[in-house]
Design a protein around this ligand. Structure first.
Ligand SMILES: C[S@@+](CC[C@H](N)C(=O)[O-])C[C@H]1O[C@@H](n2cnc3c(N)ncnc32)[C@H](O)[C@@H]1O
Length: 298
């Protein structure tokens, strides 16, 4: 497989959004008509279709697809709710090939900043269609969280410290050091000290290393082997998982910056609300709950 520098995992997530979109309007949980632009070999995936692609993915890890899709849906809902309750800025941290800015029909009053590494942003921008909904409200900000100041770059790009803001860090914390996660959160708090902010962060449970069985539903096949396979897949893409948290540790990192947790959920909580309405509820032995989805307010 060919990956441009640094975008292997961003492509991986876009691929799952493409697979979900192929389920069609009555059976899908999210809709991302742009995902196919960022994936290598979209024609083959489209030819295989939703069901066969899901079946193949289950060979690697049952529930992995549904876990990623429930994360996307959870954040879609958070952003839609925030936009109607007075949030004026949305900062997508580690945006990769996230197309929320364009696919959700967000109000034009919501100013959006997409933050990622320059190489990934350049590839994304080269793949965007010309007449893209809401493009005039999106500003790209290049930042490497491990050695650049997010606050400096955001302010230089026109971030307004007086406006209520929502930040999302989706599928990123596991790839960067705990120091980089903490300093990023401190910068968010500093940027929004005059106003209210909401912060979404996903994190991988440290039980993945210590007690893999606890990260899956009862009866999940070979949990320790699957945990290793998932970790080595990310490493193979050149982006190994390096940071894991307990719920207490995440709460304490957030509270040091003045954020308190409002929700902490996994696929186990979202399985019924998201997948039952489309007749795709997962059985207990396919639940994949090693990554948590946290909403905090500050
Ligand atoms: C798994 S992808 C998730 C992308 C997107 N949030 C999504 O869910 O579709 C991880 C993203 O984090 C970005 N990332 C990883 N390390 C980074 C760093 N040090 N600074 C900025 N972005 C980083 C990658 O470029 C990639 O786009």
């Amino acid at each position: 497989m060919i990956f441009t520098q640094k975008d292997g995992t961003a492509q991986g997530v876009a691929k799952q959004r493409l697979i979900e979109t192929l389920a069609g309007p009555d059976a899908r949980v999210i809709n991302d008509p742009y995902a196919e632009r960022f994936v290598i070999g979209p024609g083959i995936i489209k030819l295989m279709g939703h069901k066969l692609s899901i079946w193949l993915g289950q060979k690697l890890a049952p529930g992995f697809h549904e876990h990623l899709i429930s994360r996307t849906r959870f954040i879609d809902e958070l952003i839609e709710k925030s936009a109607i309750s007075g949030t004026e800025q949305y900062v997508i941290l580690g945006a990769g090939y996230d197309m929320r800015a364009h696919r959700l029909g967000l109000p034009s009053a919501l100013r959006i900043f997409e933050v990622d590494q320059p190489e990934v942003q350049a590839r994304k921008r080269s793949k965007l269609p010309k007449d893209l909904a809401n493009s005039e409200n999106v500003t790209y900000v290049s930042v490497d969280f491990t050695h650049q100041s997010l606050a400096e770059q955001l302010l230089a790009a026109g971030f307004d410290q007086s406006k209520p803001t929502v930040f999302t860090l989706e599928g990123v914390s596991q790839y960067i050091t705990k120091e980089a996660v903490s300093s990023t959160i401190e910068e968010l708090a500093m940027l929004t000290q005059e106003t209210r902010s909401t912060f979404f962060i996903s994190y991988v449970d440290e039980l993945l290393d210590k007690d893999p069985e606890a990260c899956f539903g009862r009866g999940y096949p070979n949990p320790a082997k699957r945990a290793e396979a998932i970790k080595s897949l990310s490493a193979k893409f050149g982006e190994p998982w390096i940071s894991f948290y307990t719920a207490e540790e995440m709460a304490s990192v957030l509270s040091r910056s003045g954020y308190s947790i409002k929700e902490n959920v996994t696929l186990e909580d979202l399985n019924a609300p998201y997948f039952a309405p489309v007749g795709r509820t997962l059985p207990e032995n396919q639940i994949f709950k090693l990554e948590h989805f946290v909403v905090a307010e500050g």
